[in-house]
Design a protein around this ligand. Sequence first.
Ligand code: NDP
Length: 483
Amino acid sequence: MPNLRLANLIDGRLQAPRQERWLDVFEPATGAVFAQCPDSSAEDVDFAVAAAQRAAPAWASTPAEQRARLLNRLADLIEARLDAFAALESRDSGKPLSLARSLDIPRAVSNLRYFAAAVVPWSSESHAMELGAINYTLRQPLGVVGCISPWNLPLYLFTWKIAPALAAGNAVVAKPSEITPCTAALLGELSIETGFPAGVLNIVQGRGPTVGQAIVEHRGVKAVSFTGSTRTGAQIAAAAAPQFKKVSLELGGKNPAIVFADADLGDANLDTIVRSGFANQGEICLCGSRLLVQRSIYDSFRARYLERVRALRVGDPGDAGTDLGALVSREHFDKVMACIAQARAEGGQVACGGEALALPGALSGGWYVAPTVIEGLGPDAVTNQQEIFGPVVSLIPFDDEEEAIAIANGTGYGLAASFWTGDLARAHRVASRLDFGIVWINCWLLRDLRTPFGGTKQSGLGREGGVEALRFFTEPKNVCIRY
Ligand code: NDP
């Protein structure tokens, strides 16, 4: 019997779902059930939206400094329990505990602190007209907004949405993924201790097509910020369209990492290139899953790269030496294994990995996949076009810069690209021609919270981050006064 039963946070109180239905939450490392999550209904969403509507006007007129103080207090409470949050995140998602401790939870704390700081100096713009009038633009909160986040970086992405929404003066109805609901539930408990007014932050746990859909369709929800798959993003865009509801969509990717022959391929950079494919079991939307290597260095690069990939340790997420933990769910494990089978079927050779790993003891029920490198497939192969979202990287040779750019841009996605070069002119030239929302040169996953974040094409709509997020969660109103 699972020992952890989660609750919804509605109107400032922890509540069971009205229909008293629950979903099992699995521990990916062992495949065992370890918690239960509310299987909430549209009725729970109605209650949450009603509570948020009651809270929204007072929260909107609360001074920004006071809103910021509460966000900072919540950040402090999470930071004080960093170990507990990291352990829960690792247990819930299968990611290495070391990663949850060094990346996920610290970043969640930073998200809250960043938007607390950013909202205070943020004020209206004004423009003097030569005709004897002054325009000013008010940025007013929208009222009630929906935030829907995925399972791969659970608290990291949950806070990336609720922090700007709350900072800008909105009341929130949020839904974490039912696959990884635990840390958001713990945050909900702490938000009560923080002293947020009842109804300002509501967390409704449950399934996407039920709770998520109800949030998107609810007429009381004025905007939806969503991170997840392209398929769900399209459904959300369609469901929001009849109401002309504002949506921000951060979706999937098929990111290229391009290695030019003139790059510095010292150990540090090579390690980063390996990490860019396999960090968090490849379950990061920003992972480079297509590794484009200039043909003149292909063989030497390949040898050093494969040596490093083979040395990655897959194992108990709780062990300090683990590089890759378990995939998040049985369903996702099956999907990744099917993608590897597809790569073989379309003629790809498995240069390393390619199989599920059976670990001993309690871990034997877990969902582990060996870091896998595929070769020999053209850029248009299904493997090089569809998002796999697991520890699978495909090596693709190219001859020159023109070809690298064409291959990189040649998928339906446009989230993030990284490339490696020692030529400054090439760096600027290639960056300007890559059709992606984010481009890293000689680095990967270096993030600055002030910068715009998001993708082109099927990788999404709109940008998060910095002032972009504050803009999304507010409505601009131009006021013109003649003097
Ligand atoms: P999903 O699209 O399956 O789910 C994302 C969230 O949406 C979950 O909370 C899910 O709930 C919910 N949801 C599912 N169906 C609906 C619906 N019909 N209406 C409203 N909400 C719904 O994505 P995954 O959780 O599988 O996440 C992996 C995907 O996210 C990958 O494609 C990855 O690339 C992308 N991603 C993009 C990022 C970016 O910034 N661009 C960052 C991280 C991930 P539930 O899980 O409970 O069903």
